[in-house]
Design a protein around this ligand. Structure first.
Ligand code: SF4
Length: 268
């Protein structure tokens, strides 16, 4: 039921007091406790983090007992939920950041657009942990600023700027590819929407710096060409192998940019 999460968010953003997710009943795969129970638990965690309390329930009507179904839904509506603080009338568009015209219905953009409609009316936690289709990236000091993570990221949520690494929380879909692909084990991704990382809480900037380092400048031409951390790592790993390859250089060959290195090695 991948649609259930954004659909629930759009209903709550429109001012609904609660959301009843109804399975088909009988032997249909849309019925039964799993994975719906887990989904509803997560949705209620999201609504609780948003300050709305638990407002989502799942019902799988038995075909031979429609009365029980009606009674259960009635109890949920009459006794289970308070009036929502979100005013009615919001019409969901699914446009999260305006950079795309009107994206296909997907969990990420529609959920974000709906959360933005809800937030002004609630006292939400700092992190909406139940919205785990969003990821939060943490980068430790082992980062050598290679382009691996930004190349792997399917949504361009990571970018390298000089010797820094920047992260766009709106775009992160918590796929974990950056974490799995990082050779230095420098990245960890946790699920959840962190409100303060959204551009409206960050001076309009969708990008935040998650790691910083220094750039190494070429000893010959002065051009910055790689991060200090990357250069040191490569030098440590293969410095002995290439020692003396350009005998009239001063210092380590990895203190020269690619162009100068080639000249030093081949134009002797
Ligand atoms: S978890 Fe996925 S979407 Fe998020 S930054 Fe990493 S690679 Fe990009």
């Amino acid at each position: 039921m991948p649609w259930a999460k954004p659909t629930s968010c759009t209903r709550l953003a429109a001012g609904a007091d609660g959301v009843a997710i109804v399975g088909c009943g009988g032997d249909c795969l849309h019925s039964g406790p799993d994975p719906k129970a887990e989904l509803v638990t997560r949705l209620n965690r999201a609504t609780s983090d948003l300050g709305l309390g638990e407002r989502v329930a799942f019902f799988a009507p038995a075909p031979d007992d429609p009365g029980a179904f009606a009674e259960n839904v009635g109890q949920f509506v009459d006794a289970g939920i308070d009036e929502s603080p979100v005013p009615t009338g919001h019409e969901a568009t699914g446009v999260a950041d305006g950079s795309t015209p009107n994206p296909e219905f997907n969990t990420h953009e529609w959920a974000l657009e709906s959360v933005r409609a809800i937030l002004p009316h609630v006292d939400a936690d700092d992190v909406i942990t139940g919205l785990d289709s969003f990821g939060r990236v943490d980068v430790n000091d082992d980062c050598t600023f290679t382009p691996t993570c930004s190349n792997l990221c399917p949504t361009d949520a990571l970018r390298r700027e000089d010797a820094g690494l920047e992260f766009n929380h709106e775009r992160c879909v918590h796929c974990g590819l950056c974490e799995a692909g990082c050779m230095e084990d420098a990245i960890r991704v946790d699920g959840g929407l962190e409100v303060e990382l959204l551009p409206e809480h960050n001076d309009g900037d969708a990008w935040t710096t998650v790691a910083e380092g220094e750039m190494r400048e070429c000893r010959r031409c002065g051009k910055p060409f790689t991060s200090e951390a990357s250069a040191e790592k490569i030098s440590d790993e293969v410095g002995d192998v290439v020692a003396g390859i350009a005998s009239d250089t001063t210092g380590d060959i990895f203190e020269y940019c690619g162009d100068c290195r080639a000249k030093l090695v081949y134009d002797r």
